[in-house]
Ligand binder design. Structure first.
Ligand SMILES: Nc1ncnc2c1ncn2[C@@H]1O[C@H](COP(=O)(O)OP(=O)(O)OP(=O)(O)O)[C@@H](O)[C@H]1O
Ligand SMILES: [Mg+2]
Length: 583
């Protein structure tokens, strides 16, 4: 028996409903508006009254309208066909709508129920299995998509039967499992999972222990992110958050990309619709969209749907992680999500926290970031969800609550600076403010040792130090004038410029420069650091500046040239000549 209710109050999309039975926190209900069913989620229950947030506009809704509770939370459909789809926060397939946003009360199927998939069994009859064990595989694009024992199955099961290799639709029964009491359960290629509950069907979640190459120098070389790690990109409007996230998604060492476009402006989402499907995967040369899912909500959609979208994205990420894949989850921007939380909490007249955000904002953000991670699966394989979100702090103020709370939850901080963006120093990641905590993890230091160099991390810190000294020198020069400071200050400044121009800056729109593998990054960084650690004699600050400008010029040409090509070697020779002359 489903619990029923009657609408008693409406404030925008917060609706109060008097109920005739039990309802659970986060339960889904449908409110009947003259035949149109509006989906809503329970966010508070007091006595006979349930407060629900409606995922649609509530225009025309009246007190007295009827609601029906569904007995389950907001769920997503998990199965083959998620990749290359474009969904909204409630997993409505937007492509089937030709990119036109759904009309109110309209819900579309997330997965194609007619498409036939080439299924190959993995498990055998008689085998004992538990939730999330792989029992079969289909090819989704070119990725192996594992069909798993549904996550909701508790305890252990025996495989009673499993179908032969062949073509099946997602709703076909592909296996029958017998539980410990002798009851049979049918398994299809599709399962459901509530988005707000993390999927934890794995052995353990160790600390991230290996780096994830993004081919963005300011990240990999200076502020590396770990596989299964977390990072965020705060930045004022137009400072390059989206460009940076796109670069990462095209180039990162990941199998699956999930892009949650959360409440950005409507025209931006249109850009995602048109741009993303055209992006080419820097690694395979195929279309990036083949292994990407986009979940988008614009700021003109109701706030509640924005909140749902980040959870939907994370749940899909966890699903692919359970298949032993490397998932990269990007959310742009999490500020819009936080604003959605604020709107709701204000309507509920809760006691507000800082800047009127809900008091538990830090807890909400950190428990969301905590769902990322690298995990050891039951079968000894690993899978990971790496999460990078953007934050758009109002007025570029990094002390506002969303940035502050996210800073506590994420391990990498890629702060975009207005000043660098204004000077066209892209990506505008501030070298002083930004950091990666992973550089302090012994496991990560070890990983760098094995993959690059014995003393790599130590050298990186030396590089960071040069940048910091350069900034101090720059400030002194600004105050006292070129002639007012010792020559040494100019040297310090130009060394940091060398690192800035050659390592930190990277043209996201140049085919070669944009896509800089770790091997090339370490080569260039070693080259630049060695130059920085040399001492040259100059007559005056002008000679000093001119000399370093010359070096910067050559090194930048190298960045735009095919690695180790004849042309590249020519520049290298030129560089060496300059350095020898400089002595
Ligand atoms: N790495 C880069 N290389 C070259 N140009 C860049 C780079 N990053 C950003 N830009 C320039 O900055 C512009 C704005 O970038 P982007 O749209 O990513 O900003 P944003 O921070 O996402 O803005 P908003 O706050 O409006 O969402 C781009 O259109 C591009 O011209
Ligand atoms: Mg943007």
């Amino acid at each position: 028996m489903k619990t029923k209710g009657t609408v008693t109050g409406i404030i925008s999309n917060l609706v109060t409903i008097e109920v005739d039975g039990p309802v659970a926190q986060n339960e889904i209900c449908f409110i009947d508006l003259g035949g149109t069913k509006l989906m809503a989620e329970v966010i508070k229950v007091t006595g006979k009254e349930a407060f629900v947030q409606v995922y649609e506009s509530t225009r025309g809704l009246r007190a007295g309208d009827k609601a029906e509770f569904q007995g389950h939370m907001l769920e997503v459909d998990l199965g083959p066909g998620i990749l290359s789809s474009i969904y909204d926060g409630l997993q409505n397939n937007l492509e089937t709508m030709n990119g036109v946003f759904l009309t109110r009360g309209e819900y579309t199927a997330a997965l194609d129920s007619e498409k036939r998939w080439e299924f190959t069994p993995i498990a055998k009859v008689g085998e004992e299995v538990i939730a999330a064990d792989w029992i079969g595989e289909v090819k989704e694009g070119w990725l192996p998509h594992k069909i798993m024992v549904p996550f909701s199955f508790e305890g252990s099961y025996k495989i009673k039967s499993i179908v032969d290799a062949g073509q099946y639709i997602i709703d076909d029964t592909i296996a029958i499992l017998t539980d410990e009491n002798g009851n049979d359960h049918k398994v299809t290629m599709k399962q459901k999972w509530p988005v707000k509950v993390p999927i934890t069907k794995y052995i353990d979640k160790p600390r991230p222990f290996r780096i994830m190459e993004t081919r963005v120098r300011v990240i990999d070389t200076f502020n590396p992110i770990a596989e299964g790690g977390t990072g965020f990109i705060p930045g004022p409007f137009g400072s390059g958050k989206t460009v940076l996230q796109h670069a990462i998604s095209k180039q990162a060492e990941a199998d699956v990309i999930i892009f949650a476009a959360c409440g950005e402006r409507a025209n931006e989402v249109v850009e995602i619709f048109t741009e993303f499907p055209q992006l080419v995967d820097a690694r395979s040369g195929r279309m990036l969209m083949e292994r990407t899912t986009i979940i988008c909500n614009t700021s003109n959609m109701p706030v509640a749907a924005r909140e749902a979208s980040v959870y939907t994205a994370m749940t899909i990420g966890e699903y692919y992680r359970s298949m032993g894949l490397k998932v990269l989850l990007l959310a742009d921007s999490t500020s819009r999500w936080a604003q959605a939380l604020r709107e709701m909490s204000n309507r509920m007249e809760e006691l507000p926290g800082a800047d009127a955000f809900p008091m538990d904002l830090p807890a909400i953000i950190s428990s969301f970031y905590a769902r990322a991670g690298i995990v050891n699966l039951n079968n000894g394989e690993t899978g990971s969800v790496t999460f990078i979100g953007t934050v758009s702090p109002a007025g570029g103020n990094l002390k506002e609550p969303v940035t502050e709370s996210t800073k506590k939850a994420a391990r990498c901080f890629f702060a975009l600076s207005q000043n660098r963006a204004d000077r066209k120093r892209y990506p505008a990641v501030d070298p002083i403010d930004s950091y990666s905590k992973y550089l302090e993890y012994p496991e990560i230091v070890e990983d760098f040792k094995n993959k690059i160099d014995e003393d790599w991390v130590e050298r990186v810190f030396r590089g960071k130090n040069i940048v910091l000294r350069g900034k101090e020198a720059y400030e002194q020069i600004n105050i006292l004038g070129d002639d007012g400071v010792p020559l040494d200050y100019h040297k310090k400044y130009w060394k940091s410029e060398l690192i800035d121009f050659v390592i930190l800056q990277q043209d996201a729109f140049d085919k070669i420069d944009a896509n800089c593998p770790m091997e090339r990054q370490s080569y260039m960084f070693n080259l630049v650091l060695d130059i920085c650690e040399k001492e040259f004699d100059f007559e005056d600050f002008e000679e000093c500046g001119n000399y370093y400008k010359k070096l910067i010029n050559i090194l930048r040409q190298m960045n735009y040239t095919e690695f180790h090509s004849a042309e590249f070697e020519k520049y290298l020779e030129q560089l060496n000549n300059e350095i020898n002359n400089g002595k």
